[in-house]
Ligand binder design. Structure first.
Ligand code: ADP
Ligand code: MG
Length: 384
């Protein structure tokens, strides 16, 4: 939905024009999976899909929320009654942002919000971060809080971790908040230092496809927690603050130290080699060798499938089919156990790849996947 339509719907709902309209995108992660809670490297870029919110201030401590994408009327919440993990509904995301801002001492006295989003939910494309960041940016502008982009991302992460109660790293919110058009964001999740890496695929005759398998396997929440705990145990056994502190050159020695801790060995091998893959991709893109990142992406998938064990038959089928149909590289992206995969391909191969993937899914009896092109787009911004 366009910004103008969102503004008009706001006026219908609340009887006044909104003070402004903001947008914040979903993201895909090019490489660097399950590294963000290990203080490591990630490399997301923003999608053209975004959450758009029309927002006005209020001075009576009331937050009114409405989403065009959810059945139901306007939710009305009192800011001074907001309490972490008390709201099982979608409203917890925007309310959590207002809560996190107020908790950090910022003067936010209420808001009317109407929003609409084109980011598919639960597809590993971070519709939740888009929703948080669009609200954070709107409140930051309207209340003139002067918070920098990385700081807004931190507050949104806090909203999701503490208020909603979902354990996530810092990548999603930073991507939505800080990405730039035509670039991927090389982010060090330890100190939040960032580098915008030019990533203009179309100029090189390349495309990046997102294949949303539309599956979400039920055990994903608990498995995320187990991987996270396993990584922390690995770091403790190796005597480092986080797995990020194991240099790639010392990986074999570290694995030897872990001895017969099979499970931990596999987790450590993934995280340390994945950080190294991010650095390799940064190096290749910086020297203009875009096609050469394909095999690095595929290596990442193998590591997630065999060592980290968070793939699923649908994601493996996307990768296997794409590679046999001529893709340069492919991998699952996001948390795992469903969601989306990405495929790097020559522009001229897109039609063949799309058809091959749809046919393979039909033959396997899987739900038809949603396939679209991911063009590196701009991060959060004010529209009106
Ligand atoms: P992901 O971030 O991978 O899409 P999450 O489970 O983290 O998946 O977040 C999805 C949740 O975010 C939805 O269940 C809903 O509560 C909220 N959400 C996302 N988009 C919207 C929207 N347009 N309107 C209302 N709530 C939304
Ligand atoms: Mg999410």
């Amino acid at each position: 939905m366009g910004a103008q339509q969102v503004a008009e719907r706001f006026t219908e709902l609340y009887g006044t024009r909104p003070e402004g309209v903001w947008a914040a995108p979903g993201r895909v992660n090019l490489i660097g999976e399950h590294t963000d809670y290990n203080d490591g490297f990630v490399m997301p870029f923003a999608l053209p899909h975004q959450a758009v919110a029309a927002v006005s201030r209020r001075d009576d401590g009331i937050l009114r929320l409405h989403s065009a994408d959810i059945e139901g009327g306007v939710a009305e919440l009192r800011l001074d009654a907001l309490a972490p993990q008390s709201d099982p509904n979608w409203t917890a995301y925007p309310a959590g942002v207002a809560w996190a801002l107020r908790e950090a001492g910022h003067q936010v006295t209420g808001a009317d919000v109407h929003l609409s989003s084109t980011v598919p939910t639960g597809a590993g494309l971070s519709s939740s971060a888009a929703l948080e960041v669009v609200i954070a940016l709107a409140l930051n502008d309207l209340y003139e809080l002067g918070l920098r982009r990385w700081k807004l991302a931190r507050l949104c992460q806090r909203a999701e971790n503490v208020y909603v109660g979902a354990p996530t790293g810092i990548m999603d919110q930073t991507a939505s908040s800080c990405c730039e058009q035509g670039h991927a964001l090389f982010l060090d999740t330890r100190d939040l230092s960032q580098q915008q890496i030019p990533f203009d695929l179309a100029a090189e005759g390349l495309r990046l496809l997102v294949v949303d398998t539309q599956v979400k396997h039920a055990h994903s929440g608990g498995e995320y927690g187990k991987r996270r705990a396993g990584c922390e145990k690995g770091a403790a056994l190796l005597g480092v603050d986080a797995l990020r502190d194991i240099p790639y050159a010392e990986l074999d020695a570290a694995l030897a130290l872990l001895g017969d801790e099979e499970e931990i060995v596999r987790l450590v091998r993934h995280v340390v080699s994945e950080d190294h893959r991010v650095e390799r991709v940064v190096g290749l893109l910086s020297s203009g060798e875009t096609r050469a990142i394909g095999p690095v992406l595929t290596e990442g998938h193998t590591s997630l499938r065999d060592d980290f064990r968070i793939s699923c038959p649908e994601l493996d089928l996307v990768v296997d089919t794409a590679l046999s149909a001529g893709a340069l590289g492919a991998r699952m992206t996001g948390g795992g156990f469903g969601g989306s995969a990405i495929v790097l391909a020559e522009s001229t191969d897109v039609e063949t790849l799309t058809k091959a993937t749809e046919e393979a899914f039909a033959a396997a009896g899987f739900t038809t996947p949603r396939i679209f092109e991911a063009v590196p787009s701009r991060g959060a911004h004010r529209v009106i």
